[in-house]
Design a protein around this ligand. Structure first.
Ligand code: NAD
Length: 245
């Protein structure tokens, strides 16, 4: 597939009625949070399939909390990059209806995006697995993990581990937006994780044009993508916004 350019994307955004974005870990790499596919960082030491599975967390919370503590530290230090800001600007310009994110890092919200559907939860929220109470992170002592609630239940970041269900409200909102949009931007995701990777297919089946922004082709590219923009999300989205202004 030939590479497309920000000028084409700007034109598509000008012409479409309802644009939506689906984002993945790649959009936050330039904020210092490694993606699963990257060769550096956290995931070379912690195999995601081993550490990010709910059964592993329940079987050995101390081990998995070791990884979660490092992830929490990375996420707390991270700041939105130009790609997050560009999407927030597109929403303010009424050129983007909403973002469905697979990320748990809260960076879209930090950049000012309002309509953010958290498909896999949010690592800045914590929940007790026994009494289901939400727990304010300011009250937690991360040097003493695993963390337990005053009721004795195990505390878990409010993120969707492998083996867990997508929160029903987020799942519904995500598919509603995918089916309503006529342009979907698929940014920084390998589209290898189910069921998030059904979203571009749902959008396409309902007539949307699929635009992918990624450093490399993915499982979607050949079969579903109409326009492929190869390169860094921050560069491509910043250029696109500049052209639209
Ligand atoms: P992934 O790790 O499977 O794939 C990342 C994709 O981003 C790759 O295709 C890569 O080529 C692309 N990419 C990397 N840097 C990029 C850049 N600068 N610009 C554009 N594209 C870039 O990520 P995934 O598909 O999101 O699936 C992994 C799962 O793990 C998801 O559920 C994800 O949310 C979660 N996860 C989240 C975070 C986070 O919250 N930041 C970090 C790691 C993993």
């Amino acid at each position: 597939m030939p590479n497309s350019h920000p000028a084409e994307l700007a034109e598509l955004l000008r012409r479409c009625q309802v644009a939506a974005a689906l984002t993945g870990a790649g959009i936050s790499v330039e904020s210092g949070i490694p993606s699963f596919r990257g060769v550096h960082g956290l995931w070379t030491r912690y195999n995601p399939m081993e550490y990010a599975h709910i059964q592993a967390f329940l079987d050995n919370p101390a081990k998995v909390w070791g990884m979660l503590r490092e992830l929490d530290e990375l996420i707390r230090q991270a700041r939105p990059n130009p790609a997050h800001h560009a999407l927030a600007t597109l929403e303010k310009m009424s050129k983007l209806k909403g973002i469905i994110t697979q990320n748990v890092d809260n960076l879209h919200q930090a950049a000012g995006s309002k309509n953010v559907i958290e498909f896999h939860g949010n690592a800045r929220r914590f929940v007790c697995l026994r009494c289901r109470r939400q727990i304010d992170p300011a009250t937690l002592d991360f040097s003493q993990t695993p963390l337990y609630c005053s009721c004795g239940g195990l505390i878990k970041p409010d993120i969707v581990f492998f083996g867990e269900e997508i929160p029903p409200a987020a799942n519904r909102a995500a598919f509603d937006l995918a089916e309503a949009c006529d342009l979907m931007l698929v940014i920084g995701t390998s589209a290898a994780v189910m069921p998030a990777n059904f979203l571009p297919k749902a959008a396409k089946n309902h007539g949307a044009v699929i635009v992918e922004i990624n450093l490399e082709p993915t499982e979607l590219t050949r079969r579903f993508t109409d326009y492929f923009l190869e390169g860094s999300a921050s560069q491509i989205l910043s250029e696109t916004v500049a052209l639209l202004k």
